[in-house]
Structure formats: structure tokens, C-alpha cells
Design a protein around this ligand. Structure first.
Ligand code: PGA
Length: 251
């Protein structure tokens, strides 16, 4: 039985004060023992604040990105997976569509980042998903397969047991347009099947999150699909009440 995971991607939002408020509200809203795994992903500058505020709480902290190059070195502006592990980050989001589109991250670079996370003991949340144009052209499964295969062909299957995949159709991110539970389930089932081509054991255990305009109002229906194991939540994770309601929907 796969346990569900709800991950809140705060992107580049907030300030020190706003994030302290959000963390305090989250602690107040979430039960002491949520029936699901919960993690938040603050901007990297505020990760340390979040780790302090959430210490002793079941809410884990992760990073929104990780360096592809090395554990240490002359890589101005970057943060390594080893550094994330060092401060206590359990997860890192890898290959978010905003990074692929705006910062030119190729599937090959994303695959290396997944490997770097695994080497450091950080759980990678690998984001995959098609644009509106790609869906219209009937290319959804090809795009997702390419993004997934890049990782499966770079990292040894035996190292991937902690991998989390997030299916995030780009047209649903921040647009208020959610994939229907059936649309999402179809792609999630495809992802699991594709992974089964490499390892059936991995496919059975891998958690596949849905992301793209998840809200309290649509979370329960999405999370009830056979191959949806939780959510990667952007906008709605900035509201503690809404995010807690989404976590409850995953229980
Ligand atoms: P959204 O973002 O929930 O605001 O659509 C999801 C994401 O980008 O992870």
C-alpha cells in the first residue's frame, strides 16, 4: 500500500514575516499526526527558518531545485543536494516545468539532478508533464515518456526506490484549469506502466503525485483515483487552511 504525500510548492512567494505566519498557521491547522505525508518547499533562503519552525512537527521540508554539478565547488548561485541533506531537507523538487521552460533544464540535466539527490539521500520529486500545445497535438504520452525515460535510463533502477514522480500538465499549473480525474488517472496509469517496463517492483511502490490547480474542492476526487498518490500543490499551499483541507482529503 503506497502512503499518500501532499507537497506544498511555495515557489518564489513570501517574505520572512509572511513565511513565519504561514508556518505558524500550518502548525495550528494540521493535526499532530496527519494521516498522510506532508512537506513544504519554501524559497531556498527560507528553508532554514522552516526547518526551525517545523522541528518536532510531522511536516517535512524540501527544496524547489538542486545543483546538477557537484557536492561542493565553484558553482555560483547553486545549492547542492548534500547541502540540502546537511540542513535536514528530506525532499527536492526536480525538473519543475517552470525550470524546464524558463531556465532551459533539459531532461538530461533533470536526470542528473535526480541522481545527485539520490546520492545525497534526498528524495527527488521528479516533475513531468505536457504543454497545452503538446496535448492538443496528441503528444501527451510521448512527452511524458521522454521525460521519464531520461531518468530511467540514467539512474540505476535499484537506486530509485525513494523516487516520487509528479505529473503536472503545464496547462493546469496556476491557471485554475485542473485536469479531470479521468485525464489525470490516464496519464498516471501510463507513468506507472512505463516504469513497470524497467521494474515492476518499483512501479508498484512509486508514488505519483498530481499537480496543477489542486484545491480543497477538487483534491478528494483526484486523490481517489487508483494511481494518484497525493498532490504537488502550488497556489493553494500558500493558504494554511486550504492546504490543510487538501491534506485531509488525502487521508
Ligand atoms: P498550482 O501549481 O497548484 O498553482 O497550479 C502547481 C505546481 O506548479 O507545482
Amino acid at each position: 500500500m503506497r502512503s499518500k504525500l501532499v507537497a506544498g510548492n511555495w515557489k518564489m512567494h513570501g517574505s520572512r514575516a509572511a513565511i513565519q505566519n504561514l508556518l505558524a498557521s500550518l502548525k495550528a491547522e494540521l493535526p499532530a499526526e496527519p494521516g498522510t505525508d506532508v512537506a513544504v518547499f519554501p524559497p531556498s533562503l527560507y528553508v532554514a527558518d522552516a526547518l526551525v519552525a517545523l522541528s518536532g512537527s510531522p511536516v517535512a521540508v524540501g527544496a524547489q531545485n538542486v545543483c546538477d554539478q557537484a557536492a561542493q565547488g565553484a558553482f555560483t548561485g547553486e545549492v547542492s543536494a548534500e547541502m540540502l541533506a546537511d540542513v535536514g531537507c528530506r525532499y527536492a523538487i526536480v525538473g519543475h516545468s517552470e525550470r524546464r521552460a524558463l531556465y532551459g533544464e533539459s531532461s538530461a540535466v533533470v536526470a542528473v539532478k535526480v541522481q545527485r539527490c539520490l546520492n545525497a539521500g534526498v528524495v527527488p520529486i521528479l516533475c513531468v508533464g505536457e504543454t497545452d500545445e503538446e496535448r492538443e497535438a496528441g503528444r501527451t504520452l510521448d512527452v511524458v515518456a521522454e521525460q521519464l525515460d531520461a531518468v530511467m535510463q540514467t539512474v540505476a533502477v535499484g537506486e530509485l526506490s525513494s523516487l516520487v514522480v509528479a505529473y503536472e500538465p503545464v496547462w493546469a499549473i496556476g491557471t485554475g484549469k485542473t485536469a479531470s480525474p479521468e485525464q489525470a488517472q490516464d496519464v498516471h496509469a501510463f507513468i506507472r506502466q512505463r516504469i513497470a517496463g524497467y521494474s515492476e517492483k518499483l512501479a508498484a511502490g512509486v508514488r505519483i503525485l498530481y499537480g496543477g490547480s489542486v484545491k480543497a474542492a477538487n483534491a478528494a476526487e483526484l486523490f481517489s483515483q487508483a494511481d494518484i498518490d497525493g498532490g504537488l500543490v502550488g497556489g493553494a499551499s500558500l493558504d494554511a487552511q486550504e492546504f490543510s483541507a487538501i491534506c485531509r482529503a488525502a487521508e
